[in-house]
Design a protein around this ligand. Structure first.
Ligand code: UFG
Length: 349
């Protein structure tokens, strides 16, 4: 792949979990990266960690994308931006049920501002963070990009569906081309263990809960439901290494920038194609860490899907991208990250 070193990519949410790994991947591919993040759910010290990995600091704008003036000022300052990758959004499913307007306002206003300001400044490419949540409980597995979009089970999920619709409508008329990446379950961390998932409070997601339990921050893992129609009764997901997810953004960007056959709006599944149950995840963690994880089978969690995993043939073929990393690598890197996080002190925010 040939990339022009002068090409600048705006990464919104660049200090967050997937954003930070993507900044590193972009840098490695020779892109210049500008980061925008309001630090509402991430930490300033991630900038130092990213710089430590990449060997240089990256321009950073501590702005809220709901503030259109501030976003415009960024584009005025950074004239070389050729594309944006839009991660910045709220993402806690349960919280979105409690605070629907907060989620709709934050996730949709920021997206609309970005689209509008990008168009104004002639930045015609966008990669959007979407989610397999748009498929709901799929009728057939694995899910392809043509599987039906099901009614969202949370305001968060709805912001992803609506986000895709807004982009689809806007790309029809604006000259902007966009790719939405529907992530399955990103887990793991950079091999340096300098960046990774950093939950602000008690984790909602499985892997951070596992690693926090193993290190003693949580007493035991509660496995939500053991009476599902799956081989061991626990839910099945398509877990994918965050470094593979980051690489998918480079592939999407490459398609937008270097291919002429790109539709105005395209969507791709970003998973491995393999489903693992919660109990299989626990076993995989125990194997790589050598620890026994205290866990208890409990009631189902409301809103959980029984099983979902991706058909990745479309992304493999068209994006020339394929997840490379094994479940062991996902668990190993997540565990290293957790251990390093707890062995260091750092200045917060
Ligand atoms: N789980 C447990 N115990 C926990 C946490 C999770 O048993 O403490 C189980 C869940 O019930 C589920 C699996 O582990 O079966 C994975 O749960 P996560 O919360 O890690 O991930 P989800 O699949 O529920 O959610 C993810 C993203 C959401 C997104 C959703 C789309 O976190 O942002 O996928 O399906 F909306």
């Amino acid at each position: 792949m040939t990339v022009n070193n002068k090409n600048t990519i705006l990464v919104t949410g660049g200090t967050g979990y997937i954003g930070s790994h993507t900044v590193v991947a972009l840098h490695e591919r020779g892109y210049r990266v500008v980061i925008a993040d309001n630090l509402s759910n991430s930490h300033r010290f991630m900038l130092d960690r990213i710089a430590e990995i990449t060997g240089q600091a990256h321009p950073f704008y501590a702005i809220d994308l709901c503030d259109k003036k501030a976003l415009k000022a960024l584009f005025e300052q950074e004239q070389d931006i050729v594309a944006s990758i839009h991660f910045a959004a709220f993402k806690a499913v349960g919280e979105s049920v409690e605070k629907p307007l907060t989620y709709y306002r934050n996730n949709l206003v920021s997206l609309m501002n970005l689209l509008e300001v990008q168009q104004q400044f002639g930045v015609a490419k966008l990669v959007f963070s979407s989610s397999c949540t748009v498929y709901g409980e799929p009728d057939t597995l694995p899910v392809t990009e043509d599987s039906p979009i099901k009614p969202a089970s949370s305001p968060y999920g709805n912001t992803k569906q609506m986000g895709e619709e807004i982009i689809a409508d806007f790309t029809n008329v604006s000259g902007i081309k966009a790719i939405a990446l529907r992530y399955f379950n990103p887990v793991g961390a950079h091999h340096s263990a300098l960046i990774g998932e950093y939950p602000n409070s008690v984790p909602n997601n499985l892997v951070p809960f596992i690693t926090q339990t193993a290190i003693g921050k949580q007493q035991e893992l509660k496995i939500f439901g053991s009476d599902y129609q799956t081989p061991d009764g626990t839910c099945i997901r398509d877990y994918i290494h965050v470094v593979d997810v980051a690489a998918a953004h480079i592939a999407a960007l490459d398609r937008l920038m270097n291919h002429t056959d790109v539709q105005a709006f395209e969507v791709y599944n970003i998973g491995t194609g393999t489903g693992y149950s919660v109990l299989e995840m626990v076993k995989a963690f125990e194997k790589v860490s050598g620890k026994t994880l205290p866990y208890r089978l409990t009631n189902r969690r409301q809103g959980d899907i029984e099983k979902v995993y991706a058909d990745t043939s479309h992304s493999n073929k068209v994006l020339h991208w394929k997840a490379q990393k094994s479940l062991e690598e996902m668990m190993h890197s997540a565990w290293l990250w957790e251990q390093k996080l707890n062995s260091q002190t750092h200045t917060s925010k």
